[in-house]
Ligand binder design. Structure first.
Ligand code: ZN
Ligand code: ZN
Length: 409
């Protein structure tokens, strides 16, 4: 594998397809220090080929986060400085796009007090709310891509040497993102056509209810009037397209906030702030989680569910066949960006307003009124498997099988 050459293609894909960076446009790039080679390629393409505006960089280093949780006074963790928010404010006012590179460590915060973690992430979410609301409303073109950290690679491939694990994870990332193909941009255009077909089918049908059946799962999910199925590229308010997640295989919409009933079991571990939650399940009544269990990490899950009222309700319904390029690798990535694109999933918490007609122009009260969930957070978890079947109901009660044995029916 020619890593450097692939890094160039990856950087190009993230800029051209991901955020669709334009001449003169600024970019806010968040990246771990491990990503320096990739960042070099991104900045080179931005300035040299795209003639972009300034590229602002937010470097991060996971170990420092761990050190601060281990040793810093609580008020250090809870007082998020105003300037860190103002930085976002200023660059977004300049019309910047936002690109984030993640190199997660699934065990980074293992053992940290879950209630402290929950408090800090809630504080962060409150402080960042004006920014995240703007980003989620479609005014900002943004994208997210991943790269291996040694810790992540060792979690995914525990039986090989660290160096080999990193190389293997890069290979998997390049396969999933189609960067290993001759012309990744062309491959993405074809992939987008495929996603568009599914999306159009679902939007034309205007289903009112989905029924999920799998071992440990028997769940009905109502869809609100005017829901929109979304997939692949999105159109920002400036009419330019962008792809928020690379890779992306999902077709998704929102559920009706109060319209979820039954039992739901996870099929993959959830990495929540560096804590793994495994073999968990929920019972829903009129949309709300009324009972839950987890074989591992139950306390972390309990803390998550205490964050606010909205986190006890679902906000996203996503369909992904089990034969997507990612799931065909038969690997648990312990990383939501990858695992959610290998599996049907839901999210606890906030619904994306753009999955509802005119949703991006609605106030929180109007969104609630229309059936969309509101929360400070949005946490995906996986429910897909070869044993999952989904039936869809239209307003006249006609049934259409849409998933059988984990794949599109
Ligand atoms: Zn999703
Ligand atoms: Zn999601």
């Amino acid at each position: 594998m020619k890593l450097r050459n692939h890094l160039k293609k990856y950087a190009n894909l993230l800029l051209r397809k991901g955020v669709n960076l334009q001449e003169g446009q600024e970019l806010l790039l968040s990246a771990p220090i491990d990503a320096k080679d990739l960042v070099e390629e991104i900045v080179t393409i931005a300035y040299k080929d795209i003639k972009s505006g300034r590229v602002h960089i937010n470097w991060n280093y996971g170990k420092l986060t761990r050190i601060s949780f281990d040793y810093a006074n609580e008020d250090v963790l809870l007082n998020i400085p105003e300037y860190s928010i103002m930085k976002y404010r200023e660059v977004l006012d300049n019309g910047a796009a936002m690109l984030s590179i993640i190199a997660s460590d699934p065990k980074l915060l293992a053992g940290v007090d879950p209630s402290l973690l929950a408090k800090v992430s809630k504080e962060n979410a409150i402080k960042m709310k004006p920014i995240s609301t703007e980003v989620m409303s479609g005014k900002v073109r943004w994208s997210l891509g991943a790269m291996p950290s040694e810790a992540w690679a060792k979690t995914v491939f525990p039986n090989v040497e660290p160096e080999e694990a990193v190389e293997k994870l890069w290979e998997y990332i390049f396969a999933c993102t189609r960067v290993d193909q001759d012309d990744p941009i062309k491959a993405w255009n074809e992939h987008e056509d495929h996603l568009n077909n599914k999306k159009q089918f679902l939007n034309e049908k205007k289903f009112v209810k989905l029924h999920y059946k799998a071992p440990g799962t028997d769940l009905t999910v109502e869809l609100p009037k005017n829901h929109i199925w979304v997939a692949g590229p999105k159109i920002a308010t400036d009419d330019k397209s962008f792809i928020p997640n690379i890779p992306t295989e999902e077709v998704f919409t929102l559920n009706k906030r109060n319209g979820v009933n039954g039992t739901l079991s996870s099929t993959m571990p959830l990495n929540l702030n560096g804590n793994l939650i495994e073999d968990f399940s929920f019972v829903f009544e009129n949309g709300k989680v009324v009972d839950f269990d987890a074989k591992v990490g139950k306390e972390s899950l309990a803390k998550l569910l205490e964050m606010d009222e909205g986190v006890k309700y679902l906000g996203e319904v996503a369909l992904v066949p089990v034969d997507s390029p990612i799931s065909n690798l038969n690997t648990i990535f312990y990383n939501t960006l990858y695992d959610e694109n290998a599996s049907c999933h839901f999210a606890l918490g906030k619904a994306y307003p753009y999955t509802l007609k005119d949703g991006t122009e609605m106030s929180e009260d109007q969104l609630l009124e229309a059936g969309a969930n509101i929360s400070l957070t949005h946490v995906d978890f996986m429910v897909g498997s070869k044993e999952l079947s989904i039936d869809a109901y239209d307003s006249e009660g006609n049934v259409t099988p849409i998933f059988r044995n984990g794949n599109w029916a």
